[in-house]
Design a protein around this ligand. Structure first.
Ligand SMILES: [Zn+2]
Length: 233
């Protein structure tokens, strides 16, 4: 906790004064283009790994980056509804990550015996677990976790379409959905390419496309592609 309190002090003494104009501009409203639904995991530092500034992303986080179908989780549904209908966001990203505790719980439900709320919440990812059993029977523990994390992102993208505002904007061509998985150990992303029907790994490696290349080849050109605007001190 001391580290966090010292961070607040540093922010107030140095970072805020250097970014006063940005915060003054944002003080009366926001116009983010992107809604990110990410896992609550402390290692998924969304502002850092996307180099985003305040005002760039509307964020909804929960264990397992889950989107329950409409009417089955009021808080998540309200965040989606407000982002799509109120803020008119243009992109929704479901962002999972490696070594996800929620996905481990989904793999081993017997370990959730004393966590009934987590067990209940993860029922919204049951389809991913069943798909894993069908598609990756006999896979190792690590392979299963990697595959389940990706299947869960795809399942939650489908759940998004059960939300009326999302469905309407998708079919009006004013909204796009994206599936990402962040690799903690390498700092890289894999992104779902719906047209090619596979995951594409993005990295600084010249052998694979950079995030900017990938984004240039798709319709996604939201704020995540812009240079970070927050002055650092
Ligand atoms: Zn997680």
């Amino acid at each position: 906790m001391q580290k966090i309190l010292k961070g607040i002090q540093h922010f107030q003494d140095h970072v805020f004064p250097a970014n006063r104009e940005l915060f003054e501009r944002l003080s009366t409203g926001q116009q983010p283009e992107v809604l990110v639904i990410g896992c609550s995991d402390s290692r998924l530092a969304l502002d850092l790994i996307t180099q985003s500034s305040p005002g760039d992303m509307f964020v909804c986080r929960n264990a397992g980056n889950i989107v329950p179908p409409r009417h089955q989780a009021e808080a998540t549904s309200a965040a989606i509804e407000f982002a799509v209908s109120g803020l008119k966001i243009r992109h929704i990203v479901i962002c999972g990550h490696s070594d996800c505790g929620a996905m481990k719980g989904l793999l081993h439900p017997e370990k959730l015996a004393n966590m009934p709320h987590v067990e209940d919440w993860l029922r919204h990812a049951e389809g991913a677990r069943r798909a894993l059993d069908e598609l990756h029977a006999g896979a190792s523990e690590h392979e299963s976790l990697v595959a389940l994390t990706k299947l869960n992102v795809l399942l939650q993208l489908q759940h998004l379409e059960s939300h009326p505002h999302v469905f309407a904007q998708l079919h009006a061509g004013t909204l796009q959905l994206h599936g990402w998985v962040f690799q903690i150990e390498t700092g890289t992303f894999e992104m779902w390419d719906g047209k090619a029907n596979h995951w594409t790994r993005l990295a600084a490696d010249p052998e694979v496309p950079s995030p900017a290349q990938w984004l240039a080849e798709t319709a996604f050109n939201g704020s995540a592609t812009s240079a970070p605007q927050l002055a650092t001190v």
